[in-house]
Design a protein around this ligand. Structure first.
Ligand code: DC
Length: 232
């Protein structure tokens, strides 16, 4: 196995990136890094500072100042990692509806993206990492050893999100989730900087009606084909 392998997994909201990426990383013994968490943490910082998410300059300045860290889970409450914003645990706060409603707009700003991309490259450079997001294969690691783009219909993704909320005991409205999924897709795909799209050399996997384990297996097969891991 070569010494520093980078696997990039991109795709729209709730396409299964996090679940697939985390399982894959665990099987490989790689670091799992969900870059969406960083954009969410910046958005939370914006809301907590009572800044207007539409104020690009002020938001970008804040993004350059805050310190976001991801650490192994410190609590056994279903979290995959601890998310720290300036040293404070915000793991569940970054999943709030308010953050979700504002994260796409905050992620369109160049200043925010530059600050986050720099931090992501620094962490990814340690190697042997599965990094998930929207622009990992296109912008953050254009030389990744394998790029995967996960697709799923908006309806399927809204259903997954709905089930996730219900399982966590939270109120959920499917129609509202579907509408907000479509709205986030629209912003993520059409933004000027680093829009959500597959890299030219990405392998596109459709995950509608495909079990998580089968998606993980498909990625492991691709890694074997490329000689990134040994065939058994
Ligand atoms: O994957 P997620 O739902 O946690 O991502 C939250 C938002 O962050 C998403 O709407 C777009 C943004 N994002 C991004 O612009 N680039 C990334 N690499 C990851 C996420």
């Amino acid at each position: 196995m070569s010494s520093k392998i980078t696997i990039a997994i991109d795709g729209p909201a709730a396409s299964g990136k996090t679940t697939v990426g985390e399982k894959l990383a665990r099987q490989l013994g790689f670091l799992f890094f969900d870059t969406g968490i960083m954009y969410r943490a910046v958005t939370l910082a914006v809301l907590r500072s009572n800044l207007d998410p539409n104020a690009e300059i002020a938001v970008s300045e804040l993004a350059g100042r805050v310190k976001i860290d991801v650490a192994p889970p410190g609590k056994d409450d279903g979290r995959l990692a601890d998310v720290l914003l300036d040293g404070t645990d915000v793991t569940w706060d970054v999943r709030s509806r308010e953050v979700e409603a504002n994260v796409s707009i905050v992620s369109t700003y160049k200043g925010v993206r530059d600050a986050m991309t720099e931090q992501q490259r620094r962490i990814g450079a340690r190697g042997n990492v599965v990094m998930v997001g929207r622009d990992i294969g296109t912008v953050v690691f254009p030389n990744a050893d394998l790029k995967v783009f996960l697709e799923a219909s908006a309806e399927e993704r809204a259903r997954r999100r709905y089930n996730e909320l219900v399982n966590r005991g939270q109120a959920a409205d499917y129609d509202q989730i579907l509408a907000s999924t479509r709205q986030r897709d629209e912003i993520d795909r059409n933004r000027v900087i680093a829009p959500l799209k597959p890299a030219d050399d990405a392998v596109i996997l459709d995950t509608d009606n495909v079990a998580i384990d089968d998606v993980v297996e498909a990625i492991l097969s691709l890694m074997k084909e490329r000689g990134l891991i040994e065939r058994e």
